[in-house]
Design a protein around this ligand. Structure first.
Ligand code: NIG
Ligand code: FE
Length: 406
């Protein structure tokens, strides 16, 4: 198979090692100046100084004296929805809170009403430019959740839309069944239907890798979430949890206890949750777009890293709490809002985000990993974390050794 040699990287910067990067390891990047690397069959087969390459190759690509980093992994999005939340946005700007709007049957419920009546085709058409924006912002792997369907059939349609979307983008999509908010009536029956019918159907049709539950006062209780997540585990699906967005209700502790891949949000987490996370192997995912858009206190990223918790960062792209269409901006915001260092933020968006999706073959540049990488406009990798709002910061996006943007 043909081998491509990439030369003239001003620096190649990457976390090393698959799995969880905690504590000082989270901030430890490997930096190789004046680097070259070889790619075969979409994987990296060699990295080093050009003079040390003594294999054969079929083509050479000069990256132009620019920095190369792993492509981002956006481990938390709700990229499929119909309708909009512009009225919520305006109401919140006039003083109404996100929780008040949700409790009154708006917010997520409004998006549910609009999404449930959309066809799979419409959902795909609406989602395509959103995924394209995330890809342009450097995300080669993107998790996408259902959760605006509510009824089992509408949730299945959302997951079918994700499967269809996969055929229209070079980004790797990782689908999640999200059990988001309960119906106005019959929540006990609803949880039972999810456990007995929806999860088995999703598994039978191969529609999701993960099951996620939103644990919150206006959403599911810890006990309801436990039933759903245990059923998911029994069916061989991996777990994710939305917890501590507004209140620390025990969702973080449940996620750790059940060995969830990640627990996301954590804006309301404090010492007890940090201590629980430090004992486990669940990735803590920061969503700085939510803090910015809803004006919530940022999740304690600095404290989590210092406590040895593996931390990831994601966009949480969704119409209500985080209309953030750039993974590069999410990384940059994690430094400003959550107190990560640039190096910690890069690890959070790459190696630890891959761990939050249960994969080890991406999120770092090493022999054997997928050749998913970014060529930056700059010779200094730190520009990708420093810059706010300049899409050209990322000159090229490569997925599996193929140029997909730039
Ligand atoms: O991750 N918090 C719950 N779910 C989403 C928001 C969904 C919405 O507001 O439409 C989140 O923030
Ligand atoms: Fe979310």
């Amino acid at each position: 198979m043909s081998i491509t040699l990439f030369t003239n990287c001003a620096e190649l910067v990457t976390p090393l090692g698959g799995g969880l990067h905690r504590g000082t390891l989270q901030g430890l990047l490997h930096r190789l100046p004046e680097a070259a690397f070889a790619v075969q069959d979409g994987r990296i087969i060699w990295i080093g100084a050009l003079r040390d390459w003594n294999g054969n190759h079929d083509r050479v690509i000069d990256v132009g004296g620019r920095a190369v980093i792993p492509a981002f992994v956006d481990s938390h999005t709700h990229a499929i929805w119909a309708g909009h939340r512009l009225d919520d946005f305006e109401a919140r700007a006039q003083g109404k809170s996100y929780e008040e709007i949700l409790a009154a049957g708006g917010g997520i419920y409004q998006t549910v009403r609009q999404t449930a009546i959309a066809s799979v085709e419409t959902l795909v058409t609406l989602a395509k430019p959103r995924v394209a924006a995330l890809l342009r912002s450097g995300a080669a792997t993107i998790e996408v959740k259902s959760g605006y369907g509510l009824t089992p059939e509408a949730e299945l349609n959302m997951l079918r839309a994700i499967a269809r979307l996969q055929t229209e983008t070079p980004a790797a999509l990782f689908p999640t069944l999200l059990i988001h908010v309960p119906p106005a009536e019959g929540r006990e029956q609803y949880v039972q239907d999810v456990v007995e019918h929806l999860i088995p159907t999703v598994v039978r049709e191969g529609l999701a890798r993960f099951v996620d539950v939103f644990i919150e006062q206006e959403a599911f209780t810890v006990e309801e979430a436990r039933r759903i997540l245990e059923a998911a585990k029994t069916h061989g699906l991996e777990l994710k949890v939305h917890a501590d967005q507004f209140h620390a209700l025990g969702g973080v502790e449940l996620a750790v206890e059940l060995g969830a891949l990640s627990v996301d949000h954590l804006e309301a987490s404090s010492e007890a949750q940090v201590a629980a996370l430090a004992q486990g192997r669940t990735v803590a995912t920061l969503l700085p777009g939510v803090s910015l858009h809803l004006g919530l206190p940022p999740a304690p990223g600095r404290i989590l890293v210092d406590a040895n918790v593996p931390v990831a960062v994601a966009t949480d792209l969704n119409p209500g709490s985080s209309p953030l269409f750039s993974m590069q901006l999410a990384v940059a915001l994690a430094v400003r809002l959550n107190g990560l260092t640039p190096a910690e933020a890069l690890t959070a968006a790459t190696a630890n985000a891959a761990a939050a999706l249960g994969v080890r073959d991406r999120g770092r540049l090493e022999e054997g990993c997928r050749a998913d990488f970014l060529v930056l406009a700059s010779a200094d990798w730190r520009d990708v974390v420093y810059t706010l709002g300049a899409p050209e910061t990322i000159a090229q996006v490569w997925i599996g050794g193929e140029l997909v943007e730039g």
